[in-house]
Design a binder for this molecule. Structure first.
Ligand code: SER
Length: 319
């Protein structure tokens, strides 16, 4: 029996790439993309698309009724930087969107649910280096504590109702197919575009701000690998740490300079995102993901930089 997969929040940075990969694996018509906005041309033409707001439960329910999904991915969320501009809205979307999906997943007997968490669940008193799966967690952004609360609810629904829910704490994600959606790690995507277009970039994070990051190819592979893993192998039903590669704006700029020797980076002062970045881990211990479902990273800093620049150059040429 083919899976019927509903992806809620399909137009964002993760959704755009995830939908394409899920359609490649499962067939276009078996993956229903849904978002509040019209998707790009490729997503719209490669399979079904529905307008839906995750906060409108009745509309969402109609989609569950229409398609009877066997798997649901909930990606709709407000990220860290935007969340600080609209704190109540971020809480509402990130929490009530999750409740709507969890409850409908139970009502419609969805087999598996995926929901992303983030390194933002950690805070200033969490260990900064090689941050373990279990430690002090005192997130101080609305995004961070909505994700932490969401993790607790996911584990609760698993324990109490047997809902097979799986989750990853993503590091900052870097991809070329879609723009990032207002996070603190967005600089690591913008820098590539501006390096190619202008040869310069003003970073809103300071030169030595190390953060865990991951190339989108690895993130999508991790997500599908976790969803495919046998349930009995999974020991974490809140959310798995995932480490990726840790680097600073300065190191990334040096790597870009290997391809664009004249590239220049400068740094802005007093950006609100600096305080958010300073409260997050610099590197992450993901040994539990390695142990439970065989996680292994493929792209290092050099591989990611090469691939990003090549793909962005190709798009520019074909435009
Ligand atoms: N990339 C996200 C952000 O910066 C972290 O999960 O908000």
């Amino acid at each position: 029996m083919p899976e019927t997969i509903l992806v809620i929040g399909s137009n964002g940075q993760i959704g755009t790439e995830l939908v394409a990969e899920l359609r490649r694996i499962n067939g276009g018509s078996n993956v229903i993309a849904c978002d509040i906005k019209e998707p790009d041309y490729d997503t719209l033409n490669a399979g079904p698309f529905e307008f839906s707001d995750v906060l409108k439960k009745e509309n969402l329910k109609a989609l569950f009724q229409k398609y009877r999904p066997t798997q649901v991915y909930l990606l709709a969320a407000l990220l860290s930087a935007v969340g600080e501009q609209k704190p109540k809205m971020a809480w509402d979307l990130n929490m009530n969107g999750l409740f709507n999906v969890l409850d409908l997943a139970i009502e419609f007997q969805v087999k598996k649910v995926y929901w992303p968490s983030s390194i933002a669940v950690f805070g200033p008193h969490s260990p900064q280096f090689n941050t373990p799966q279990y430690c002090v967690m005192d997130p101080n952004t609305v995004y961070g504590f909505s994700k932490l609360a969401g993790e607790r609810w996911c584990e609760y629904y698993f324990n109490k109702y047997g809902l097979d829910i799986r989750s990853i704490r993503y590091p900052g994600l870097i991809g070329w197919k879609a723009a990032p959606g207002g996070g603190t790690t967005d600089y690591a995507v913008h820098i590539f575009h501006e390096a190619l277009q202008k040869g310069t970039y003003e970073s809103f994070l300071s030169a030595d701000t190390a953060l865990p990051m991951m190339y989108m190819n690895d993130a999508i592979r991790a997500t599908i690998q976790l969803m495919d893993a046998p349930a009995e192998q999974l020991t974490i039903r809140s959310s798995y740490n995932l480490g990726g590669i840790s680097f600073t704006p300065d190191t990334l700029a040096a790597e870009i300079r290997k391809h664009i020797p004249d590239f220049k980076i400068s740094y802005s002062d007093h950006d609100l995102r600096q305080a958010i970045a300073d409260s997050w881990p610099k590197s992450i211990d993901d040994s539990q993901a390695q142990k439970d479902w065989g996680w292994e990273i493929e792209y290092d800093l050099a591989g990611m930089t090469r691939d990003m620049l090549q793909n962005l150059k190709d798009i520019k040429i074909s435009n």
